[in-house]
Design a protein around this ligand. Sequence first.
Ligand code: TF8
Length: 337
Amino acid sequence: AAFMVLFLAACGGGDTDTDNAGDTGGDTGEAKKIRAGIGLNDAHPQYQSLLKFKELVEERTNGQIEVETYHSSQLGDDRTMTEALQLGSQEVTIPSTAPLVNFVPEFAVFDFPFLFPSEEVADTVLDGEVGQKFLGMLEDQNLVGLAYWENGFRDVTNSVRPIATAADFKGLKLRTMENQVHLEAFQALGANPTPMAFGELFTAMQQGTVDGQENPYATINLQKYYEVQDHVSNTHHIYSPFVFLMSKSFFDSLTEEQQQIVKDAAVEAGQHNRELNRKTNAESLEALQENGMTFTEVSPEAHAEMKELVQPVIDKYADQVGADLVQEVYDAIEAAQ
Ligand code: TF8
């Protein structure tokens, strides 16, 4: 309901949007406004955690910064919202790292299949020196990376056949994120992948333009993909981080104190996001089966075979990222275990 009020206010209910200026001493200057948009819907842990960010920022700035939240691609998709941040026409978005490769090619290392062995190792690496180095690379793109949040381990669904081994990928029309590593990895597995923005995916599955897709269980369940998909497997082929992004021109317009507040709030809400996301992912596989999907287990041998098939793609993109940087990531993963 709070969302609707903000949405209506943003859509021109001009005389109803001054409520919280009054109780925070509105004469100390006009409140700055953050328009924060995501692609997932309002049931997803990402949106729930964005509300947490809003609460922390508005409370700690006494309303001097307002946060308006938008979900379900209302403001665009990962790529178009990131472009809006660069232009300064939107302040916050929280994309997967995969579409960010179109802005900072080095992020492709996080698309290497089977890179992170666990969520805990991902946390340590991303929050550590190496992860922060990648956030720093966003500055040149007029973007500020405030924190890593979590999308999570991705699992394949489709409406053609259960996937137990690499051979089962043969000829499947799979939607991938707009990312070359993902595209080529699924080609290497024998599938017929098509990159597509997230907002177009449900309809594409419904109309049969694609047979399937891959996303964490929470997304599959909360976006109701079970209505148009029959089979899910624990391919867990990649761990997908989110990056909490802010427009650099907006960040630079904040006072130092405000910059610290938004940074801390992004990190704290990100902690909340990781916890909630893991809980939701864990509960969602059962929910998917209750909602009519068949679950197929991928054996360790089948995982090993998939890993072998995608290795040439990893080798190719290791060159693009740079051998030293890739090694730094591998070393950090090793050290985190
Ligand atoms: C995808 C991603 C998305 C997110 C989100 C919509 O499949 O996993 O869920 O990046 O912003 O496109």
